[in-house]
Design a protein around this ligand. Structure first.
Ligand code: ADP
Ligand code: UVW
Ligand code: MG
Length: 418
């Protein structure tokens, strides 16, 4: 394969009950098709597909999708139909990029998938039981549908492999790091790296390696990263995506002693096993546990209606971010070009950004309230909302993990060409 015909890249992001996908034409810099398979294995499963050939009109296919294999074959069928509708004589796809959440210490770079890589992703299942198994199903199903097409794994953990030991080790007996590889890995690396690169370009840096920043990814999962000279030096998620910020359904930082306490008090906690504790902290906590909903839009609506739980949840969520800003400001020695907000909440929730950054003027962080409130309506890859007196740039940068995965997939495949 030569770079000139390396153009159509399918990116697959397989979650526990959903598959997100995008088909890019990397030569023309366009999205040919994208969509979402949701509620896999549940009632009401469906595929929502958009493609350029149908003017990006929404097509909803409501059909029983009992497993990820079926979801993949439905979406492949649509892509093949689109290709047949056109004049294309070849496969609709030249390479496939997969989001893989946990790559442990093995992967610092995007990697061509072969048997060894699949084995390694299997080995990390205990560290990401919700994420790695569906990622593997996506990889296997894609290999069946597109035999001989190169497949590349892009790991959430890869960008964070530059974190030094003093930040990634936990202060527990050393043997558990050596035998069980218990340490901070960090996640959402593809997103942190993508928005950091956008900021570096915007600030006219020669390369990402000239950027110092704090990146704040607030989606369903939430994490923050301290970036020094373009490299991750610390991040808020840990061995698993549970540590750190308050999230949609995850608690983030808690006293590790509460696990034992909940189990020791089964009568009140109704938790009988460590799996029960795990489930509550991962799926029933965060905004959902505090307010009943994991959607920040609903939390704000409840707050505005006078709901006190929702008001407290917003305060807690913003305060946790502020604490990490303080920590990473210190970790970076106060030398940073920008604080960057991204993902669903980070890009859309102006009041949240304002709360998280309030009263930080002594740090040189000053918000322009009008710019912050109108950030959503502004065009462009980077929207600034710092006041003129702010020493540190404040940016909203929409993330695009799929485009970053496609870009890294092209790099890997091109590097294979003699
Ligand atoms: N206008 C908005 N105001 C506040 N929160 C929003 C808004 N739009 C989207 N969100 C939040 O973004 C979250 C999803 O973020 P997203 O980055 O799409 O998540 P993920 O990719 O992790 O599924 C939703 O749960 C919702 O709370
Ligand atoms: C790793 C992680 O938390 O991913 P997501 O935000 O997609 O759940
Ligand atoms: Mg996301």
């Amino acid at each position: 394969m030569t770079p000139s015909n390396m153009m159509k890249i399918l990116v697959i992001n397989t979650g526990s009950s959903s598959i997100k996908y995008q088909l890019f034409d990397m030569t023309a810099h366009t999205v040919l098709a994208h969509g979402l398979v949701e509620r896999i294995g549940e009632a009401g499963s469906r595929l929502t597909h958009y493609d350029q050939k149908h003017n990006n009109a929404e097509r909803i296919i409501e059909t029983a999708i009992p497993n990820h294999e079926r979801g993949l074959s439905e979406l492949v069928q649509l892509l093949q139909e689109d290709a047949r509708d056109g004049d294309e004589e070849e496969s609709p796809v030249q390479a496939i990029g997969h989001r893989v959440v946990h790559g442990g210490e093995a992967f610092h770079e995007p990697t061509l998938i072969g048997e060894k890589v699949i084995q390694a992703i299997e080995e990390y299942i205990p560290l990401a039981p919700l994420h790695n198994p569906p990622n593997l199903i996506g990889i296997r199903a894609a290999a069946t549908h597109f035999p001989g097409i190169p497949q590349v794994a892009v790991f959430d953990t890869a960008f964070h492999q530059s974190i030094p030991a003093h930040a990634y080790r936990y202060a527990i007996p050393k043997e558990y790091y050596e035998s069980l590889k218990i340490r901070r890995y960090g996640f959402h690396g593809t997103s942190h790296q993508y928005v950091a690169r956008q900021a570096a370009n915007f600030l006219k840096k020669k390369s990402l390696s000239e950027l110092n920043a704090i990146t704040i990814h607030l989606g369903n999962g939430c994490s923050m990263t301290a970036i020094q000279n373009g490299k991750s030096i610390d991040t808020s998620m840990g061995m698993t995506p549970l540590e750190g910020l308050i999230m949609g359904t995850r608690c983030g930082d808690v006293d590790p002693a509460l696990h034992g306490y909940l189990l020791a008090n089964q009568d009140q906690s109704h938790m009988k096993s460590i799996q029960d504790v795990d489930k509550v902290l991962n799926k029933e906590s965060g905004l959902k546990g505090l307010t009943g909903t994991n959607d920040m839009r609903d939390v704000f609506r409840l707050r505005d209606e006078g709901n006190e739980d929702a008001a407290l949840a917003v305060e807690m969520y913003a305060y946790r971010i502020k604490k990490y800003i303080g920590a990473y400001f210190a970790a970076l020695g106060g030398k940073l070009d920008a604080i960057i907000f991204t993902a669903g909440v980070g890009e859309n929730a102006a009041p949240l950004r304002e709360l998280a950054l309030a009263n930080l003027e002594p740090f040189g962080i000053v918000v322009d309230a009008d710019k912050n409130n109108s950030a959503r309506k502004m065009e462009g890859p980077v929207v600034e909302f710092q006041a003129a007196s702010s020493k540190i740039n404040l940016f909203v940068i929409p993330t695009n993990e799929e485009l970053e995965i496609a870009t890294q997939t092209v790099q890997v495949v091109n590097s294979l060409t003699p």
